[in-house]
Design a protein around this ligand. Structure first.
Ligand code: PLP
Length: 370
């Protein structure tokens, strides 16, 4: 008879052989960088965070960068730097990370939600222009799953744009790196992002006034007149991890690209699935590999089949996470985002996914009843 120990062992074997949907890819370089931070006995913001700021500014091609403790903090500071305040309107997509809504709420602004475009995951620029008014003080434009949004069209509206590159580091659009388009751009270095610091973020801009305002809001000093400050700075412990990760950005993306190619080779033969078509003038970082199914049932069945084979996959944004649902707005006003929430499935794709694991996933995809 199977003992409790055997059962536990079986569970553990299953757990260890299970391919997780995402995983931070850290190793010897990151450990060595941390050792050096420890040796310096300087854990708070210092030379490591400053180095990360310079590297990101250079990579994106902007003048100023401020390292902070999360993408959400960067979004909050961006709105404050643009002077967005109570009652102002901010346009953002419904199909996105809830952090965007939190940031808008932090400053007491009114969120104006926009549906996704028919073809992809990003918000529809035509709908953005329709919702733009005198009360619009900012538009937050995320590059969802690393796919560049039509930010050039949104910039034509002449409203300050916060370019959200939390998922877009390393992608390019119209020959330029993402993060170089917005009045302010923000990044996230959360554990499972393209480049990680554990938790962390960055605000980047060419505008000295915005940058100075953001710096003043996080600087720990008191100043001549009292002003509430935010404890948002990135500690060197986190920045050191980021400084070890950033030089690997190219190789990380190449590895992601190779994995994506393996999945595509199998899935292209399945006529009931679709992908986001590649666009001219665009290089993507393959932050996510998303399959679109014909309907929710087919998506959920595929997910169960994969799980039985020890492969985790997730709906990248579920219905309950759609911002219009959180705000209790009618579903029928956001049909494309609803459809994405029902039909999209995200597969494991990260640089430290082993060849054997990729092989297992490819074989499992091959066997999907589609
Ligand atoms: C598009 C987008 N913006 C902002 C954030 C917030 O970043 P963080 O988790 O670092 O606060 C995320 C986080 O996942 C995100 O996906």
């Amino acid at each position: 008879m199977e003992s409790a120990y055997d059962r536990m062992q079986a569970v553990m074997n299953y757990a260890t052989s299970r391919i997780s949907h995402n995983k931070p890819c850290v190793g010897r370089e990151e450990l060595e960088a941390l050792r050096q931070v420890f040796a310096r006995h300087w854990l708070i913001k210092g030379e490591e965070a400053e180095k990360l700021e310079h590297t990101v500014a250079r990579l994106v091609g902007v003048k100023y960068a401020l390292a902070v403790n999360s993408g959400l903090s960067a979004l909050h500071l961006a709105l404050l730097s643009l002077g967005v305040t109570k009652g102002d309107q901010v346009i953002l997509p419904t199909y996105t990370c809830v952090a965007l809504l939190h940031a808008v709420n932090y400053v007491g602004a009114v969120p104006i939600l926009v549906d996704s475009s028919k073809e992809g995951f990003n918000m529809d620029p035509v709908l953005v222009s329709k919702r733009c008014s005198k009360r619009t003080k900012a538009i937050i434009v995320p590059h969802t799953f690393g796919f560049p949004a039509a930010i050039d069209r949104i910039l034509q509206l002449r409203v300050p744009v916060i370019e959200d590159c939390a998922q877009g580091l390393g992608s390019t659009y119209l020959g330029k790196p993402l993060g170089s388009f917005g009045d302010i751009s923000v990044f996230s270095f959360y554990a499972t992002k393209v480049v990680a610091t554990g938790q962390g973020g960055m605000l980047a801009t060419n505008n000295k006034r915005y940058f100075q305002t953001a710096c003043d809001l996080v600087h720990p000093g008191i100043g001549a007149t009292y002003r509430a400050r935010y404890n948002y700075l990135m500690p060197d412990v986190a920045a050191a991890i980021g400084n070890s990760q950033l030089p690997k950005l190219r190789s990380f993306i190449s590895r992601r690209k190779a994995i994506a190619a393996s999945y595509r080779a199998v899935l292209q033969k399945k006529s009931s699935l679709s992908f986001v078509p590649g666009k001219k003038d665009t290089h993507v970082n393959h932050f996510r590999f998303i399959i679109r199914f014909r309907n929710e049932g087919a998506r959920d069945t595929a997910r169960k089949v994969l799980l039985k084979k020890g492969i985790a996959s997730i709906p990248p944004i579920s219905r309950d996470e759609l911002l219009h649902r959180l705000l209790k707005l009618p579903d029928h006003s956001f049909p494309y985002a609803e459809r994405l929430a029902e039909t999209a499935l995200s597969l494991p794709i990260y640089p430290c996914l082993r060849d054997t694991e990729v092989g297992r996933i490819v074989r499992a995809l091959h066997s999907l009843p589609l």
